[in-house]
Write a protein that binds this ligand. Structure first.
Ligand code: ATP
Length: 496
């Protein structure tokens, strides 16, 4: 056989194995064959695949396959250069070093020195199946050829698709404490599978069917409006209207006519206006930013809550109302009551059943699915390509601060999706997230800071899970012990 014929045969074998992955319900075994075929085609010494169970830094898990035995796999896992893998994941790009031992980026790493690593090719996997495909070249064979790089990248893309397919059922079912509530409640587009969200849904299941007033507290952008809608959708009133009024957005002098309506002549230029209470008849009236309602209107609202009756402006006729009131605030109402800026009696009337929406900081484990699902929705809404986030992008989102909660995340994802689409990028990368000083003001970290926080979290995770065993952590992350101590000092990590 000529060299070309050999290459074509090997290529065919690789693609046949790739097709077998798609046909298979358990892709593990055919994946090993793919790696074996890839080793043959690229003439690598070995190929190695690492997949993470989920995208959160704390939840990274090994799940690898390779064209060799389990014990050999263990060995490979131990000696693979973590430094090269981490660099590829952080950049979201294929990393090819022709001679790791002479490459100033990696030459100091212990694994590189110990194994005298030469050519290394590392392709990060992205989307909801993050991981890496790692190939080591044969000694003395020189760098990988462009065809080998291309073949590895094709395999990586294919594996992402296959794993996503295999995981699509599991994603919904495994370890999702919100699942029982999702099955019985209408929760619209509320994304989240954390314990904190399961607790919120549990309360919704309890209170939504009762016709009681509710108060939703929680920081801005945590999804209070969305939750109010979900309460309405799960109440007996779901066939009626859901009417929203943002008390902060209406000038003080107009709030009463907005709420209760007005007759002609109620104030100069007034015509007959239908108030929100009337518009919500038979349904739910959602009073957002209730803390902003002026004291005079608070008295009328109290009357409505107590007697289900009210006067429209300039009307002497007492109107009856059949509405359920849900109020929301991000202010500390008790504090406002203490300062006499909010009526105590109204506070107790509203506070029959209180639900607190957790901030994103309290449910960081939701970040992965929020990024995935919000991106999907946003690309549909804007008619943009359904781009997926790279592992680096996920990591950058995970380490960023989100003081504006889901709303801020949604806006940043929207901007990143638009930028990535404009560049015709294959994946959304960390560089699509940052946009200079505004990003910093809004809490998006620079890539450097994001990487620093990622390292801190990773180190902390290693220390906690190893019982603060520095030697073990040094081995695990391929670092010198002195370096681990330096990092611990730099990051302020101390055993409690
Ligand atoms: N869990 C979630 N899943 C999906 N989208 C969410 C979630 N929480 C919030 N959002 C989205 O974030 C944005 C802000 O949500 P929402 O308006 O409900 O927040 P809020 O707490 O009422 O904010 P504010 O206090 O400023 O009124 C909306 O676009 C909403 O769709």
């Amino acid at each position: 056989m000529t060299e070309l014929e050999i290459r074509l045969t090997r290529e065919r074998s690789l693609y046949l194995h790739l097709l077998r992955i798609l046909e298979s319900t358990a892709p593990g075994e055919p994946m090993r064959d793919v790696l074996t075929a890839l080793v043959e085609l690229t003439q690598a010494e070995r190929a190695y695949l690492e997949l993470y169970e989920d995208v959160t830094a704390g939840g990274r898990q090994w799940s690898l396959s390779h064209g060799c035995s389990m014990s050999e796999e263990e060995h490979i896992r131990a000696v693979t250069s973590r430094g090269i893998v981490a660099a590829a994941i952080a950049s979201g790009q294929t990393l090819h070093t022709p001679f790791a031992l002479l490459d100033p980026r990696f030459s100091a790493a212990r694994s590189v020195k110990e194994q005298r690593l030469e050519a290394v090719l590392c392709v990060p996997l992205s989307g909801s199946a993050p991981g890496v495909l790692y190939l080591e070249g044969q000694r003395g064979a020189g760098p990988f050829s462009p065809e080998a790089v291309q073949a590895a990248e094709t395999v990586a893309r294919f594996i992402v698709t296959a794993v996503q397919r295999a995981n699509s059922g599991r994603w919904r079912e495994a370890d999702d404490p919100t699942l029982p509530f999702r099955e019985k409640l209408r929760l619209g587009g509320i994304v989240g599978r954390s314990r904190a969200m399961a607790h919120v849904f549990e309360q919704v299941a309890l209170a939504a069917p009762l016709d009681v007033s509710m108060l939703i507290t929680g920081a801005s952008g945590t999804g209070k409006t969305q939750l109010a809608q979900a309460i309405h959708d799960n109440s007996k009133r779901r066939g009626g209207p859901f009417v929203e009024i943002n008390c902060a957005a209406i000038p003080e002098g107009l709030i009463e006519s907005e709420l209760f309506g007005a007759l002609p002549g109620a104030f100069p230029g007034a015509r007959r206006t239908v108030g929100k209470v009337e518009a919500a008849e038979g349904g739910t009236l959602f009073l957002d930013e209730i803390a902003e309602i002026p004291l005079a209107a608070q008295g009328k609202l109290l009357q409505l809550l107590q007697s289900k009756q009210y006067y429209a402006l300039a009307s002497s006729r007492l109107a009856k109302a059949n509405v359920r009131i849900i109020a929301a605030t991000n202010a500390d109402l008790e504090q406002l009551v203490a300062e006499r800026r909010f009526r105590e009696d109204l506070f107790y009337r509203l506070n029959v059943f209180t639900l607190r929406m957790p901030s994103l900081a309290e449910r960081r484990e939701d970040l992965g699915c929020l990024v995935e699902q919000l991106l999907e929705r946003l690309s549909e809404e804007h008619g943009l390509p359904a781009l997926r986030a790279s592992p680096g992008f996920h990591a950058a989102c995970e380490v960023a601060e989100w003081p504006g909660n889901v709303r801020q995340l949604r806006h940043r994802l929207e901007a990143a999706l638009i930028r990535a689409s404009a560049e015709a990028a294959t994946y959304i990368e960390p560089c699509h997230l940052a946009d200079g000083p505004r990003a910093q003001q809004e809490g998006i970290l620079s890539f450097h800071e994001a990487t620093r926080r990622f390292q801190r979290n990773l180190l902390q995770h290693g220390l906690v899970t190893s019982g603060w065993n520095v030697s073990e952590v040094a081995r695990q992350y391929d670092l010198a012990r002195a370096h681990v101590y330096n990092l611990m000092r730099a990051f302020g990590l101390k055993r409690e």
